[in-house]
Unconditional design. Structure first.
Length: 264
């Protein structure tokens, strides 16, 4: 039988494991792409670093073997959908980890609308609901080629194969729904003008100035009138003068009362 195959790591760990910026970046990527452990981020980083190192070597290598290796690498990256067929070698250095993670089967299932979230897409794959050209794929980290992406679908025996399944109804990516809602609210808020009115306003600049003046006059009329300092002082003086005036009270003296009694 021979010795069993020795399993090797598909990733390399960073030189300093407790770098805060790297830890925060890995957390954000895991949250965005529904990854369970940091190991999946390291695998994508190592995959990207491998091809960038090869590209740097091939840029300086102008031999026939170098041209052959360059063609093989560019063909592979174009099959995976990471680069276009007309891409150049320098464009390999501009690839990011997001480009690699977007080609995972988990991300493609979510983007095609077969799942409501990244975590649900992972669950469908692990539970053997998704097939690729009749083959079961249970690894969410499998990198899809452009040809395989068209063959991705639910298994015939799976309950999710039915389009009326409750988990498939309105199974649209959340980001697309949020964008549609924002677009609708913006359209509702914007006042709609007739095309004729807009054309007239553009043709007659004098009318624009008249409308501006009318708006300014309306704003001035709506604003409360402010009294000047002199008017306020006059009002205060009038109030004080009224307070200082003695009240006229008519009182009858006892002498006048006696005179009226004698007359009677």
């Amino acid at each position: 039988m021979g010795d069993p195959k020795k399993l090797r790591k598909k990733y390399s760990t960073p030189a300093h494991p407790w770098n805060k910026s790297d830890i925060d970046r890995a957390k954000g990527i895991r949250r965005e792409y529904g990854l369970n452990i940091r190991k999946e981020v390291l695998i994508a980083d190592s995959f990207l670093k491998k091809y960038k190192d090869i590209a740097k070597q091939l840029i300086a290598n102008t031999s026939k073997q170098g041209e052959l290796e360059k063609k093989q690498m560019m063909d592979k990256l174009s099959r995976l959908g990471l680069l276009s067929t007309a891409a150049e070698l320098d464009q390999v250095l501009s690839l990011t980890i997001q480009d690699v993670l977007n080609r995972r089967i988990q991300s493609v299932v979510y983007k095609k609308g077969l799942a409501r979230s990244m975590k649900q897409a992972r669950q469908f794959i692990v539970h053997r609901h998704v097939t690729l050209d009749g083959k079961d794929i249970t690894s969410p980290s499998y990198l899809l080629s452009v040809e395989e992406e068209a063959k991705l679908r639910f298994k015939d025996k799976s309950s999710l194969f039915d389009e009326n399944h409750p988990e498939r109804v309105q199974a649209v990516p959340e980001e697309a729904e949020v964008k549609e809602e924002k677009a609708e609210t913006k359209e509702e808020k914007k006042p709609v003008k007739d095309k004729k009115v807009i054309a007239k306003e553009k043709a007659d600049p004098a009318k624009k100035e008249e409308k501006k003046e009318e708006v300014k006059e309306e704003v001035k009329a709506e604003e409360p009138k402010t009294e000047t300092k002199e008017e306020v002082k006059e009002k205060v003086a009038e109030v004080k003068a009224e307070e200082t005036k003695p009240e006229e009270v008519k009182t009858e003296t006892p002498k006048e009362e006696k005179k009226e009694e004698i007359k009677e």
